[in-house]
Design a binder for this molecule. Structure first.
Ligand code: BJ8
Length: 425
């Protein structure tokens, strides 16, 4: 990687801490990803992306800003990237997956707050995230109580926070609220960028976002083969990079990997021997560099074949209909897609149960591991409903509750291995 210290200093990062963070992430990547056997060659693209995670991509974003483009940071898959792309802005996911700055974060948050929220505060307070420093607007959303209330303090820390209200029920009123919020957000983006949203630029935004999703859908479908041609860790990485890479380049790179995966499937080449137990992961999102649980699972002689999470199929399923002759019609199409997201903040949330069962079947999983972050009420509460439903359908399920610390690795490994013994054919 080139020397980016000058750029990082200009963004106000704490260079010493930031260097240490890059060092830790680099070593973890080496141990977790580069040590995998028989990886698709195309994953070298993602190796490069991660090696430049705070380098080249940040430089690209800074260059875009210099050309007058705006940068929008997000924490939730409910924020419609299509609208951001329509005003030629850059959309960046800001969720973080490491225990960093938690002590500082706990000056604003109760200790029993989930790690995802604490990391959002921690990364900002510890001055280690160049992405957040490039943003012109950060979008918060009223989803779980934790996030909703945390944004009240967060706005004082970051200063450019915009909060979007979201429905909690899949009713006609809920849909109307989502549409009103997307219209408001569209106006905010127009005001910020000085660009009008038109049928043409919105269609283009929809097309770019759809293509990105189609590429990920293609990769997901190829994982139903046995042996599976790509590890769950690598597929998760693609789903994580989805949130901050250039969308067009990302699509091209994922499609190139899919071409390779198709060949591997034809030739029967996989990352684990044919007949290896197959796991479906379900639950809370996993942001970079949260690779703890997938690493534990895949170093236990099993392969992960799908992720029912927002860094996975919950976040990417369904496309936006491109047909429409007015901006209003296209926004309706966008609402139609996003309103189907089955996040556990909705009540009731039966579609998520159906989706888990459908994914289990589609990817031929032998069992489901449900990942709930400690102190995450929506997913922890729903995990019991998921467990009951899957048991009723005869699907083995393991509920895991954890956080970003490494203290429980041994204990988790024991539980995962015992579960695998249970599901072995
Ligand atoms: S659409 S999953 S990205 S809200 S883990 S902060 S729920 S207490 S992240 Fe999410 Fe949007 Fe839903 Fe997806 Fe709260 Fe739970 Fe923490 Fe969470």
């Amino acid at each position: 990687m080139a020397d980016y210290h000058e750029m990082w200093a200009s963004l106000g990062l704490d260079l010493k801490t930031h260097d240490a963070v890059l060092d830790i992430v680099g070593k973890a990547y080496q141990d977790i990803f580069l040590s995998q056997k028989n990886r698709p060659k195309g994953m070298s693209y993602f190796d490069f992306v991660v090696s430049e995670i705070h380098g080249l991509r940040i430089k690209e974003i800074m260059d875009a800003k210099a050309q007058g483009r705006k940068v929008i940071g997000t924490f939730c898959v409910f924020v419609p990237e299509e609208l951001v792309l329509a005003v030629d802005a850059v959309c960046i996911g800001l969720c973080a997956g490491a225990e960093l700055g938690f002590e500082e974060a706990e000056k604003f948050l109760p200790r029993n707050t989930c790690s995802l929220i604490k990391a959002a505060f921690g990364f900002k307070l510890a001055k280690v995230c160049p992405y957040i420093e490039t943003t012109d607007l950060v979008v918060g959303e009223n989803t779980c109580d934790g996030k909703k209330k945390a944004y009240e303090s967060y706005k004082d820390i970051i200063g450019n926070l915009y909060v979007m209200d979201l429905p909690q029920m899949k009713s006609a009123e809920g849909r109307a609220l989502l549409k009103a919020e997307y219209n408001k957000f569209a106006q905010k983006l127009e005001q910020l960028s000085g660009k009008k949203i038109t049928v043409e630029n919105l269609k283009k935004g929809i097309e770019i976002a759809n293509n990105k999703r189609k590429a990920i859908h293609r990769m997901a479908a190829l994982r139903s083969a046995d042996p599976t041609p790509i590890s769950g860790l690598d597929a998760l990485l693609a789903n994580q990079v989805f949130f901050y890479d250039d969308p067009v380049r990302f699509t091209t790179s994922v499609n190139a990997i899919c071409d390779e995966l198709e060949t591997r499937n034809k030739e029967g080449i996989g990352v684990a021997p044919k007949g290896s137990p197959r796991i479906l992961l379900s639950g809370c999102p996993m942001a970079v560099p949260n690779w703890k649980l997938p690493y534990i699972i895949e170093t236990s002689n099993v392969v992960i074949v799908g992720e029912e999470m927002c860094t996975g199929e919950r976040g990417t399923q369904n496309l936006v209909n491109t047909k429409g002759t007015s901006v209003d019609e296209l926004i309706d199409n966008i609402v139609d897609r996003y309103f189907q997201i089955d996040c556990a903040v909705f009540t009731p949330n039966p579609n998520r149960l159906e989706h888990i069962k459908e994914m289990k079947k589609k990817y031929k999983a032998d069992g489901v591991i449900h990942y709930g972050l400690q102190f995450c009420q929506p997913y922890q509460m729903e995990s019991k409903i998921v467990e009951k439903e899957l048991e009723k359908a005869g699907i083995p399920v393991l509920l895991i509750e954890t956080d970003y610390s490494q203290e429980d690795v041994g204990q988790l490994k024991t539980r995962v291995e015992a579960f695998i013994e249970r599901i072995k054919k």
